[in-house]
Design a protein around this ligand. Structure first.
Ligand code: IPD
Ligand code: CA
Ligand code: CA
Length: 268
């Protein structure tokens, strides 16, 4: 069966219903790489449903999913974050999402990010634009002044990456309207695509955090690159995204924030 964005959207929305059953009910978690990097029953149930659904509909396409169970051996594959923003979810905060992308030899070609708590779904197909669940076309903001920007970043679990992130927060706080950390990379990219966020950067991420969000931003007229301005790649875990107008200023300022130390990066 040919992959259709409608099917991916349906699967993400159904996974959202599974996750919501656990929302504000979860009392146990397992720690992964660090105290803040956790996994709950909701992550596992959501992933089980998504992977089984994808395998049933598209048995020939491998799935790379966050919580184990991964198989990837082709040029084309799905990338799944069954629950992005688990720490928020566990604490009962509504900022979390489900992210599913379809990747071909040129990178992500379809992507969906679903936010169960607000019932918002954002999707994109390469060359066809980004939309929300009401059918509205997404467009990045037109903000042209740093001082009017809502800038967002994320706190990496890997402590080697934290000093750089801290410096970027200090640096940008002087330049923009406000710097925020919202805690779901996929949703932050979706909100940038929808024009609610102007600038976003983060390091220490994984393909499942970024694949769908990358396409959403690009197809909404924004720009996505590495934090040093080089081409974006799913395998580095580094992202700088903007409305395009301010991309040069974003990269120029990130480059003023000193060296980014990085070891032991995940390679998909
Ligand atoms: C996390 C979120 C968070 C980011 C972390 C990610 P998870 O994903 O995207 O915003 O700062 O680095 O790992 O663990 O909740 O799926
Ligand atoms: Ca994630
Ligand atoms: Ca996750």
């Amino acid at each position: 069966m040919a992959v259709k964005i409608e099917k991916l959207t349906e699967i993400a929305r159904n996974a959202g219903k599974i996750v919501l059953k656990f929302y504000r009910q979860v009392t146990e978690y397992g720690a992964k790489m660090s105290e803040a990097d956790i996994v709950t029953e909701a992550d596992m149930e959501s992933q089980k449903y998504i992977v089984e659904s994808l395998n049933r509909c598209f048995p020939e396409i491998p799935v790379l999913a966050e919580e184990g169970l991964t198989s990837r051996n082709g040029e084309r594959y799905f990338v799944v974050d069954p629950l992005d923003g688990t720490l928020n979810f566990f604490h009962g905060l509504p900022f979390f999402s489900i992210s599913i992308a379809y990747v071909d030899e040129k990178g992500p070609c379809m992507g969906v990010v679903h936010a169960p708590s607000t019932n918002e779904t954002f999707f994109a197909v390469r060359g066809e634009g980004s939309y929300d669940h009401t059918g509205k076309r997404l467009r990045v903001s037109t903000t042209a002044e740093l001082k009017q920007c809502l800038a967002v970043t994320g706190w990496p679990y890997d402590e080697l990456l934290q000093p750089w992130t801290q410096r970027t927060v200090n640096h940008f706080q002087e330049l923009v309207q406000e710097v925020r950390i919202l805690g779901s990379a996929a949703l932050e990219m979706a909100y940038l695509a929808a024009g609610h966020i102007d600038l976003y950067w983060e390091v220490g991420l994984y393909p499942w955090d970024l694949a769908a969000g990358y396409l959403l931003v690009e197809e909404a007229g924004g720009k996505v690159s590495d934090v040093n301005g080089e081409n974006f790649s799913l395998s580095t875990g580094r992202v700088a995204a903007s409305n395009g107008i301010l991309h040069e200023e974003l990269i120029g300022n990130l480059m003023k924030c000193g060296e980014l130390r990085e070891e032991g990066r995940y390679e998909p």
